[in-house]
Design a protein around this ligand. Structure first.
Ligand code: ZN
Length: 284
C-alpha cells in the first residue's frame, strides 16, 4: 500500500488558514489561494519564498500538487492572467501542470510562531521570543521578534553567527555599528523591517537584524543612538520559515490521518544574484 495518501486542496487550505489566519494579513495584502480547484487531490506540497519561474520549474519537475509561497503573486487587482507577463505565465504553467498556488504573507509574519520566530532561531536566539510590535488584538502575535543570545558577544561575532545560520545568497550581511560592541538582546524581522527601526530603538535591544535597510532611515537611526544593525538579504530572512510551515502543515494533516509529502525549495530567489567581488575580483 502506498504510504502517501492525499486529500482535497480545500482540506489543505483549511489547515493552512488555521495556522495562518487570512484575517491577520495587512489590508493591502493578498493572501490565500491564487489558483487551484478546491476539489483537486493534494499529495505533494512545495514551500518557497517567491512564486517565480524557477520555483514553478521545481514544482512541476517534482510533480507538486500545491505550491505554498510567502510572497503573493498578485498584490494589486489585475484584469488578465494571460501568459504575456511573467505572472500570467506562472499561473498558466501551474494550472497546466495541475499545481495550485497559495500565499501566506503578512498573516504568516504575525503568526505565533511565524516568519520571524524561524529567523530568530536561525540567527542563534534561544529561550523565549516576544513580538517586537505586538498585534493589537493578541499580544502573543505580531511583527518581528525579540530574544536573547545564549551569552553576550561582540557584534562581529553575532554577525558571523547570523551569516552561518542563514542560507547563503550572493551578498554577505551588512553591519552598522561598532563591531566590538557587546550584544545580547536581539530584535529580528523577516523581510523589509525598515518601519520597525523606531520600535527596535524604543525596545532597547542591542542589535536589530532585518532586510532591505536603506541609507537615510538606517543612518538616522544610528545617529539617534539606536541599536546596531545587521542587514541580510530579503529572501534569506524569510526562507527559514518554510521548514517550520511545512512541518506545522504536515503535522496538522497527520493529526487528521492525512499523509502528504512536503518539500522546501532550495532555489535562491533573492533579487540580488552577484556582487562585484564575484564578477570581477579586481573590483574588491
Ligand atoms: Zn518578504
Amino acid at each position: 500500500m502506498d504510504s502517501i495518501s492525499s486529500c482535497a486542496l480545500a482540506e489543505v487550505v483549511a489547515r493552512l488558514d488555521a495556522l495562518y489566519d487570512p484575517s491577520w494579513a495587512e489590508s493591502w495584502d493578498a493572501v490565500g489561494l491564487v489558483c487551484g480547484d478546491p476539489e483537486q487531490p493534494v499529495r505533494k506540497i512545495l514551500f518557497a519564498v517567491d512564486p517565480v519561474a524557477v520555483v514553478v520549474d521545481e514544482a512541476l519537475a517534482w510533480g507538486a500538487d500545491l505550491v505554498v509561497t510567502h510572497h503573493p503573486l498578485y498584490l494589486r487587482g489585475t484584469t488578465s492572467v494571460a501568459a504575456t507577463t511573467f505572472k500570467g505565465r506562472v499561473v498558466h504553467r501551474l494550472i497546466r501542470g495541475g499545481a495550485a498556488l497559495y500565499a501566506a504573507h503578512t498573516n504568516a509574519d504575525v503568526a505565533d510562531p511565524g516568519v520571524s520566530d524561524a529567523l530568530a532561531r536561525a540567527v542563534g536566539l534561544t529561550g523565549d521570543l516576544r513580538p517586537l510590535q505586538p498585534a493589537a488584538d493578541d499580544p502573543r502575535r505580531g511583527l518581528g521578534r525579540i530574544g536573547d543570545l545564549p551569552a553576550p558577544m561582540p557584534l562581529r561575532e553575532f554577525a558571523a553567527l547570523a551569516a552561518a545560520g542563514l542560507p547563503r545568497t550572493a551578498a554577505p550581511l551588512r553591519v552598522a555599528g561598532d563591531p566590538d560592541r557587546t550584544v545580547r538582546t536581539v530584535a529580528v524581522c523577516g523581510g523589509a523591517g525598515d518601519s520597525l527601526l523606531g520600535t527596535a530603538r524604543a525596545a532597547g535591544v542591542d542589535v536589530f537584524l532585518t532586510a532591505d535597510l536603506r541609507h537615510h532611515p538606517a543612518g538616522e537611526h544610528l545617529e539617534a543612538g539606536g541599536p546596531a544593525l545587521v542587514d541580510a538579504s530579503h529572501w534569506a530572512t524569510e526562507w527559514p520559515w518554510l521548514a517550520d510551515a511545512a512541518e506545522r502543515l504536515t503535522s496538522a494533516l497527520a493529526a487528521g490521518g492525512i499523509t502528504v509529502e512536503a518539500r522546501v525549495s532550495g532555489a535562491v530567489t533573492d533579487a540580488w544574484t552577484a556582487t562585484t567581488t564575484d564578477l570581477d575580483p579586481r573590483a574588491s
